[in-house]
Design a protein around this ligand. Structure first.
Ligand code: GDP
Ligand code: MN
Length: 380
């Protein structure tokens, strides 16, 4: 789960990471009240879960109430890369001497935590990585050993942070690492991490992704969950009890078993297509589940073809076939359907569907054939 900046900052604050005094506001009036409280000058920031808000006009400084009202009014309702701003974060503006970058994330192949630190913050780190990769100091952290202050001090020196910023930055990095590990983040990123003219180091932005697998030990995450704007497709799937993840391609996928569903995505990719979703109807799925799956996929306007990939084990293929017919009877399915049916009761399943086959409902003997056919239809 991704957090809004304000939630990330609140999370940071729990671990003693210095952030500016501020509060959220959903209206111009609220923004003015917060500004009054934290003191001018203030910075008014769009709360949307997307980067580059500054460049898009979603971050503005205001020296007085008139400017604050103007900017708050302009930013509320602004569309930033498809995300409409409904909430602002207003904080006391900081003076900036230098902008740095710091983050922790997981380096899966090497089974370590990866710290990234750069004296060239404020801009997108991807740009720094391309244009001056040497400006990013990487630190591999053994999760058993963790990050101590001595290591952090060597690291800030290696990254070339200004001398005066190093002690404060090292302390902040140790706190950020604790937030990242104990706070169960997949990503904790600060960009910019600022060095102020009066010698302090603090977090001016917060990008936090929480590890959903750790949600069971964080009941306090419920408040973050409450503000999540879920993908409407995922919302519908969850209401139907389906194991669904929305993706950005055009081939709708229905498979039984997470492994087969993932392989199905791979095969669709391999033959030049892209999946609109992951959907695992699970073992022992009956006709009702199959029909529900078809309805969810059908609801997605980007789906141009549906690939149903079933290997019957506990799931019986005849049940799946009945589910397809049930769905076809219940709703008008917009996209053509390609089925690959194999395993338990495959013969019976194919026999059930045989009278209904057309150029909108097809079967293929193998997973690869079915993927090719579905991708070709999706591109049509
Ligand atoms: P992003 O563009 O979505 O990453 O939003 P940020 O929170 O990183 O803000 C973008 C830029 O606005 C920062 O890199 C700063 O240059 C500037 N900015 C944000 N807050 C302040 C502030 O308190 N004072 C000043 N002077 N600039 C700020
Ligand atoms: Mn930023």
């Amino acid at each position: 789960m991704d957090l809004f900046e304000y939630q990330g900052k609140q999370y940071f604050a729990r671990y003693g990471i210095p952030v500016s005094a501020g509060d959220i506001a959903d209206t111009v009036e609220q923004a003015l009240a917060v500004a009054q409280r934290v003191g001018y000058p203030v910075v008014i920031k769009a709360q949307v879960k997307v980067g580059g808000r500054g460049k898009a006009g979603g971050v503005k400084l205001a020296a007085n109430a008139d400017e604050a009202a103007l900017h708050a009014g302009n930013i509320l309702g602004l569309d930033i890369k498809g995300h409409v701003v409904h909430r602002l974060w207003v904080e006391h503006a900081s003076d900036i001497a230098r902008e740095y970058y710091a983050s922790f994330t997981l380096d899966r192949p090497n089974k370590v935590h990866l710290g990234m630190l750069s004296s060239q913050g404020g801009v997108e780190i991807e740009t720094v990585a391309v244009e001056s990769p040497d400006a990013i100091a990487l630190l591999a952290i053994d999760p058993v050993v963790g990050l101590d202050v001595a290591t952090a001090r060597r690291w800030v020196a290696e990254a070339g942070l200004d001398e005066g910023a190093r002690a404060g930055a090292a302390d902040l990095l140790v706190a950020l690492y604790r937030c990242y590990t104990e706070g169960d983040c997949d990503l904790a990123e600060v960009n910019p991490l600022i060095y102020t003219p009066d010698g302090r180091v603090h977090a001016l932005d917060a990008k936090v992704t929480l590890d959903d697998n750790a949600a069971y030990r964080h009941p306090e995450w419920e408040e973050f969950r409450a503000t999540e704007t879920e993908d409407p497709r995922e919302q519908m799937a969850r209401a139907k009890g389906l194991n669904y993840i929305g993706l950005s391609g055009s081939v709708g996928i229905i498979a039984n078993g997470a492994g087969l569903a993932m392989s199905t995505l791979d095969v669709v990719n391999q033959v030049g297509g892209s999946a609109a979703n992951f959907l695992d109807i699970g073992g022992g799925a009956d006709a009702g589940v199959m029909a529900a799956a078809m309805e969810v996929i059908n609801h997605d306007p980007s789906v141009r073809a549906i690939f149903v990939n079933i290997f019957g084990g506990i799931t019986r293929v005849d049940e799946v076939a009945r589910g397809v017919l049930e769905a076809l009877g219940r709703v008008e399915i917009a996209a053509p359907i390609v089925l690959r049916l194999d395993g338990t009761n495959a013969e019976e399943g194919r026999a059930i569907l045989a009278p209904y086959l057309s150029d909108r409902l097809l079967t293929e003997p193998t997973m690869l054939d079915a993927a090719r056919h579905a991708v070709a239809l999706a591109k049509n």
